[in-house]
Design a protein around this ligand. Structure first.
Ligand SMILES: [Mg+2]
Length: 432
C-alpha cells in the first residue's frame, strides 16, 4: 500500500473488574482488575493497527500517559519509514533523551513502548495480509535480525550468530507448520488454581479441565505452607502422577525461605517453581535452582533483554517466560527467543491477563517454526478469561492453541467493549 501514513493515534484506559471474582489472584497480586493501555493507530488509507500493554488496574493511567507521549514518534509518519528499519524504530523509541531517564527500558515507559510496537506490528501484518506468526516465519534471516536491537547483548549473541542460527533452523519448517496446523501448539492451564479459589472450586475445575484434555496445570502457592501443601496434593490427586503440575509463588519469598518452601513442596513433584523470589534477583534464582534441584521459571516481570541475558548466563532459569508486553513488543521478544535458543532454554511464554494469550500464540508458533524447531518441554500459558472481547480470539482445541488465521496480531478489541470498560467513564465503572 503506497504512501500509507499514520494520521492519528487513539489511546484508551481499559479495565475489567476481574477482582470481583478473585480471577487472577495470587499470593502477591491479591485483587487484580485485568487492564490495558490500548492504542489504535489510524491511517490515511483506512487500515488500523491495534496494540496493548497489560496492567492490573490502578496505575494504568500512567501507562496511558507514557503511551500518549510515545505516539509522537508515529503520527504523521510514512508507515514505510518505520517498517523499512524496525530495529532503528525500536532504538528511537527507547533512546528518547529525557524520557529514557524514567527507565531506561524498564517500568512504565517500557510497558508503553510495548503497546506501541505491538500496534505497529499488527498494522504491518494486516497490510501484508498475514497473521503475525506467518509474517515473521516467512521473513528472511537478515530481515529478522534487522528488527532486533543487539545493544548490550552482543557478549552472548551477535547479529552474525543470530543469522547463522536462523539459517540453520529454517530447515524442516514446512513439516513443523503442518504439525502446527494439525495439532496446534501445546498449552497449559492456570485457570484451575487461583489463590482466592476454595478447595471445592479447585477440585471441580481440575475435573473439568481433565475432561477437556488438559495435561499441564498450574497452582498458585505462597500462602501458609500447610495450605500450599494441601492444595498441591489436592490437585496432584485429581490430575494423577503423569500429568504435569507447575507452581507459581509470584515473588512471595526471600531466597532462603524460597529454598525451604520449594524443598517442602518437592514432595508433590512440581514440574517447575515459578517466580520464587524477587524478579530482579538473578543470583537468588540461581541459588534456589542450585539448592533445590527443582526447575525454576521466571520472566513475566523480567523487564528487558539484558536481564534475561543475565538469568541465562547465571544458570538461574530452566524455563524462559517471555511476556509480550513487559518486554518492548515483538522486537525485544525476538531478541530473547534467539538468546534462549543459544542457551538451549525452552521458551514457555507468560500469558493470561487480557490479550496476552492472543499475543503469545504468535510468538510461540514463530519460535517453533524458525528458532527452537522443537516442542520438547515447551508449553504456552492459557487462561480462559476475557477472550470474548477480541475480534479474533484464541481458539483452544484439545489443550493446544490453534494457529491464528486472520491478518494481524490478534489484539483488536470490539468497539462496544472499549466503550463499556473504559476507565473511569465506561458504564461498568461509572454505574458501579
Ligand atoms: Mg506467573
Amino acid at each position: 500500500m503506497s504512501n500509507l501514513k499514520i494520521i492519528n493515534a487513539r489511546v484508551i484506559d481499559l479495565r475489567f473488574p476481574t477482582s470481583r471474582e478473585s480471577i487472577g489472584s495470587d499470593a502477591v497480586n491479591v485483587d487484580p482488575d485485568y487492564s490495558a493501555a490500548y492504542c489504535i493507530l489510524e491511517t490515511n488509507h483506512g487500515p488500523k493497527g491495534y496494540g496493548l500493554t497489560f496492567t492490573l488496574g490502578r496505575g494504568t493511567e500512567l501507562c496511558v500517559e507514557a503511551l500518549r507521549y510515545l505516539t509522537r514518534f508515529v503520527v504523521n509518519r510514512d508507515f514505510s519509514s518505520i517498517t523499512d528499519d524496525l530495529g532503528a524504530f525500536y532504538r528511537q523509541l527507547t533512546s528518547d533523551s529525557q524520557f529514557r531517564w524514567l527507565g531506561p527500558e524498564k517500568g512504565v515507559i517500557h510497558l508503553a513502548t510495548g503497546a506501541l510496537i505491538n500496534a505497529i506490528w499488527d498494522l504491518y501484518a494486516r497490510i501484508e495480509g498475514k497473521p503475525l506468526w506467518k509474517l515473521l516465519a516467512e521473513m528472511a534471516p537478515e530481515e529478522i535480525v534487522r528488527t532486533i536491537d543487539f545493544r548490550y547483548i552482543t557478549d552472548v549473541l551477535t547479529p552474525d550468530e543470530a543469522l547463522q542460527l536462523l539459517r540453520e533452523r529454517r530447515s524442516g519448517m514446512e513439516e513443523r507448520l503442518t504439525q502446527l496446523e494439525q495439532a496446534g501448539y501445546p498449552a497449559y492451564t492456570t485457570s484451575v488454581g487461583w489463590f482466592g479459589f476454595s478447595d471445592e472450586k479447585i477440585v471441580r475445575l481440575c475435573d473439568e479441565a481433565l475432561a477437556e484434555g488438559w495435561t499441564h496445570f498450574k497452582l498458585k502457592v505462597g500462602g501458609r505452607l500447610e495450605d500450599d501443601l494441601r492444595r498441591a496434593r489436592l490437585v496432584r490427586d485429581r490430575i494423577g502422577s503423569v500429568n504435569k503440575l507447575m507452581m507459581d509463588a509470584n515473588q512471595m519469598w526471600d531466597v532462603r525461605e524460597a529454598i525451604e518452601r520449594t524443598r517442602a513442596l518437592a514432595d508433590v513433584n512440581p514440574w517447575w517453581m515459578e517466580e520464587p523470589t524477587s524478579p530482579d534477583d538473578i543470583l537468588g534464582h540461581a541459588r534456589i535452582r542450585r539448592e533445590t534441584g527443582i526447575r525454576i521459571a521466571t520472566g513475566e516481570h523480567c523487564h528487558n533483554r539484558v536481564m534475561f541475558k543475565q538469568l541465562m548466563q547465571a544458570d538461574a532459569i530452566d524455563v524462559c517466560q517471555i511476556d509480550s508486553c513487559r518486554l518492548a513488543g515483538v522486537n525485544e521478544n525476538l531478541a530473547v527467543i534467539l538468546m534462549a535458543a543459544k542457551f538451549n532454554i525452552p521458551i514457555c511464554p507468560h500469558a493470561g491477563g487480557v490479550g496476552l494469550c492472543e499475543y503469545v500464540q504468535h510468538l510461540s508458533a514463530f519460535d517453533y517454526l524458525r528458532v527452537s524447531a522443537t516442542l520438547e518441554n515447551r508449553v504456552t500459558e492459557y487462561v480462559d478469561h476475557l477472550h470474548e472481547h477480541f475480534v479474533d480470539p484464541v481458539r483452544i482445541r484439545n489443550a493446544h492453541y490453534t494457529l491464528p488465521q486472520k491478518p494481524g496480531y490478534s489484539a483488536e478489541i470490539y468497539p462496544g467493549t472499549l466503550l463499556n470498560y473504559s476507565y473511569p467513564d465506561g458504564p461498568v465503572w461509572s454505574e458501579k
